[in-house]
Design a protein around this ligand. Structure first.
Ligand code: AMP
Ligand code: MG
Length: 421
């Protein structure tokens, strides 16, 4: 607890927490939303499945042809050429009634039910029609060739999609293939957010000297929308403790609150102090550049993420620490970051201490792939964040990196929602 003049916030004096430890620690504290609802399958794209879906049908439902051609009943197993009597046809949606006897065949189209008695389907290209109407086949297919067996994809009783799966178009198609018209999905987390700073102005007005547009709030709103969260925009709050208290109050019953700005040790940085008064601080300050003064805790029942106000710091800490947490909150499984290594095309300056996340461009179209850190790495330079397609991640203990050294690269295009474990 602190009073209005207080400066003693939790975390003062402690060394900043390593990034991976902070991420794991945040994830450990999160209990996913529990409430779910049944919704129509077409509305379930990008929602998280709350119950496993068990198939009640086989897919395919009947053995069918994977080629246009003829379904054959063999007379002799090993013949390479043979002639068959044509006794009917089977089209997709119009199965043949015939039961084939040895030496007989039906014309068949892809997806059509293979009639009883058939051993294989021969593709049309390997057949010809004799003058007497019989079908000459060369070469003969092996037993079972070009057949898609009933239940070979899915068997009735199989779990087709596990609980916790983030539903992508392929999952929607799979669920449709077993005739699921409605599915149970978790409710979307309600995530409140506000920016704070006396200098912030709305983007549809003009700026006086010293004022800036409140870009972080738009970035946060977009990041939440991209994750399918139900964002609650609490606006831009001045550097004023009473106004901040009111904003904290509005967020208490949300699932999470994300703020930008006011978490440093400046005279106008009240967020951490107020958190000590209003909620719980779990930790404050992470060994990350940009983004060190990140605060994590709770306000009411909401998880609290106090992100630093420098725009790149806000973006980097959101991606590295908030996004995986929100995935878990939503009932999903945060995917481990996909990383690769590439030689850096330039020398990189670094002192040991914090992990650095540099905005960079991957050049993989050339014979000599590499990664190039963009020129402007200041934490206020959003331009480089927009132009980059990857982070170069330099570990906390790393020092200067000579040009040509292999560095860890984390592409921006990532699988965010992992498979349920
Ligand atoms: P703070 O974290 O409040 O000390 O802010 C650090 C820097 O980020 C300052 O230069 C602020 O003007 C800037 N800043 C803070 N909030 C925002 C915002 N919402 N949008 C853009 N820049 C911001
Ligand atoms: Mg500020």
């Amino acid at each position: 607890m602190t009073d209005d003049s207080g400066t003693a916030a939790s975390g003062h004096g402690r060394p900043p927490m390593p990034v991976d430890e902070a991420r794991d620690r945040i994830i450990d504290t999160i209990t996913p939303v529990a409430a779910s609802a049944q919704i129509a399958l077409p509305d379930a794209l990008h929602r998280v499945l709350a119950e496993p879906v068990v198939a009640t049908v086989n897919v395919p439902s009947a053995t069918n042809a994977s080629m246009d051609g003829y379904a054959l009943a063999f007379e002799a197993e090993s013949s390479t050429t043979a002639c068959f009597e044509l006794v009917g046809r089977s089209l997709a949606g119009h199965p043949s009634e015939a039961t084939l006897r040895p030496g007989q065949c039906v014309r068949i189209m892809t997806g059509a039910v293979v009639p009883a008695g058939a051993d294989a389907v021969v593709m049309q290209e390997n057949t010809s029609v004799e003058t007497d109407g019989r079908i000459a086949v060369s070469p003969c297919p092996a037993r079972g060739e070009n057949l898609r067996h009933a239940g070979e994809d899915i068997r009735a009783g199989d779990v087709v999609v596990p609980a916790g799966q983030y539903l992508r178009p392929a999952d929607i198609a799979l669920l449709a293939s077993v005739g699921r018209a409605r599915v149970a999905v978790y409710r979307r987390p309600r995530v409140a957010f506000f920016s704070t700073g006396d200098e912030l102005r709305p983007i549809d007005g003009s700026l006086a000297v010293g004022e800036i547009y409140d870009s972080n709030r738009y970035g946060l709103a977009a990041s939440l929308a991209e994750l399918g969260m139900d964002g609650v925009n609490l606006g831009a709050i001045p550097d004023d403790r009473a106004a901040l208290r009111t904003a904290f109050d509005k967020a208490r019953d949300c699932d999470a609150l994300i703020t930008s700005g006011g978490v440093s040790v400046g005279e106008a940085d009240h967020v951490v102090d107020l958190l000590g008064e209003y909620g719980d601080i779990d930790f404050w300050r992470v060994a990350i550049k940009p983004g060190k003064p990140l605060a994590y805790g709770r306000v009411g029942r909401a998880l609290f993420f106090g992100l630093p106000g420098n725009p790149v710091s806000t973006a980097v800490t959101f991606i590295q620490l908030v996004r995986p947490a929100l995935v878990k909150l939503a009932g999903g499984s945060p995917a481990a970051p996909v990383r690769t290594t590439l030689p850096t095309t330039t020398a990189l300056t670094k002192r040991p201490g914090r992990a650095h996340y540099l905005r960079a461009c991957i050049n993989d179209a050339t014979d000599s792939p590499g990664v190039t850190a963009l020129g402007h790495q200041g934490s206020g330079v959003m331009h480089s964040m927009s132009r980059a397609d990857a982070f170069i991640v330099l570990p906390a203990d790393a020092a200067n990196v000579p040009a040509g050294s292999e560095v860890v690269v984390e592409p921006f295009a990532q699988t965010i929602w992992g498979s349920p474990s």
